[in-house]
Each structure stands twice: as C-alpha cells, then as structure tokens.
Write a protein that binds this ligand. Sequence first.
Ligand code: ADP
Length: 262
Amino acid sequence: MTDKYTMGVDIGSTASKCIILKNGRDIVGSSVISVGTGTSGSERVIVEALKRANKKIEEISKTIATGYGRNTLKSADKEMSELSCHSKGARFLFPDVQTLIDIGGQDAKVLKISSKGRLMNFVMNDKCAAGTGRFLDVMSNVLEIDISKLAETGAESKEPVSISSTCTVFAESEVISHLSRGEAICDIIAGIHNSVSSRVAGLAKRLGVISPVAMTGGVAQNLGVVKALEKELNVSIETSPLTQVAGALGAALYAYDLLEKE
Ligand code: ADP
C-alpha cells in the first residue's frame, strides 16, 4: 500500500496552524505561525509544514480547512467547523476526554464529548476578550514579558493580586496600577491567570464538568492558566505539547476519513 498524506489547516483569529498526517495516524509535519486570518499566515504555515514533512503539495491527497478564517483557504477540498475539528483532534490526543476546554486567541469554548467521541453540547464566549488569549496577550505586552514566559514567572507567586474588572480594558488599568504600586510581577501574573481561569470556569460550570478533562488551543500551553483552572474546577486537566494544533490535527484526520470514503 502506498502512503497517503492528508493536511489540516486551522486559520484562527490569532494564529495559523497546519498538520500533515501519514495514513491518518502519524504526524509528519506540524507548524504554527503567530498570525491568523487575513494575513500571509495561512500560506506560510502550509509551506513550513510541507518543509518539515519533506513533502510537496502535490503529494497531499486531501486538505481540510478549519478555524475562523477557514473560508479564505481556496486550495482546501472542504471546510469544517472548529468545534468538530477540535473534538476530533482532542480525541486523538486524549482518547477518553469527556470535557474539553479550548481557549484560543479570541474565544473560549467548553465542549461535552460522549464516551463514543461525539460532540454532545458546548458553551462559548466569543463576545468579550476576558477569559481568552487576547486578555493574556494584552497583559503580557503591558508587563513586557513574552507570552510563553508568563507561566514560569507566575509560578513564583505567593500572594496573587486580585483583579476585579472583567473587562480587558479596565483590567489592563488595574494591572498598570498594581505595577505602579510596586507589586511583585509574579503576583500580578498569577492574578491575571486567576482572572482568565475564573471566567472560563464560569463557562464550564454552566455546561457541567465531567472527567477526564483536557485542554486545547494556544492558551493550554500556559501551565499557569491550566493549574488555576484545575484548582477552580477541582479536577485534573490533561494537556499536550500539541494543544495549539489540535484543530488542524482534527482537520487532517477528517481529511483522511474523506479520502477513505472515496
Ligand atoms: P486562534 O485559533 O483563535 O488563532 P490559538 O488557539 O492559536 O487561537 O491561541 C492563540 C493564543 O495562544 C494567543 O492569543 C496566546 O495568548 C496563546 N499562546 C500562543 N503561544 C503561546 C505560548 N507559547 N505559551 C502560552 N500561550 C501561548
């Protein structure tokens, strides 16, 4: 049997992600570009993933696009919703997951997945930046700390500050006033993580949380948020280094299913 390659491209609000799969099983190429829909991110992320997989685009049998900007990828064979692709990708990474928390650049979703892997229900916040990656991006700018360093700095906190505003703009002013009062940066970051976690936990409690719980999306790479959510929900949460590409992975898996049906 000759090997079959499929591709999943997740064009998000904030980042573009691509996965190349061999025979619907092995990830042979993966890439993330930190710009999303409406940018060159979708083209660049495909070029990068092909390079990593050492493949040419002609060798890819099927491509599925997902994410907020999925309709902009004209070369895709099909578009699919983020909810379907994230559920599929998450089941591949965490086979028993029943509650999936996905925090992306501009929204947060909590998905209930049946023991057979079907999406049963979901709740979503896409109206407000609080409780999303955007909130963390704004705060990391104010604090002049790279987004990937927030978790390790926040982990040193003994006394997290309290951030009472849910609105990102007012919360940013609160962070600035904590800074001007000379509060420790680690305590401010821990307060920021708690703020994101309490917003998302509120969403999760509306749906009901059943273990095993896993997290996908770019923010799942921030262990400070993951730990704050574990504490708030009193559950343990699985993550993986592939959380940000879970949607692209789901799309590549669906692309393989499509190919098999032909
Ligand atoms: P979208 O699909 O909406 O574009 P993603 O799921 O790709 O969003 O998540 C993007 C968010 O992930 C960013 O807003 C940022 O806050 C967060 N993020 C990206 N890289 C990292 C990292 N290395 N560590 C922690 N957080 C990160």
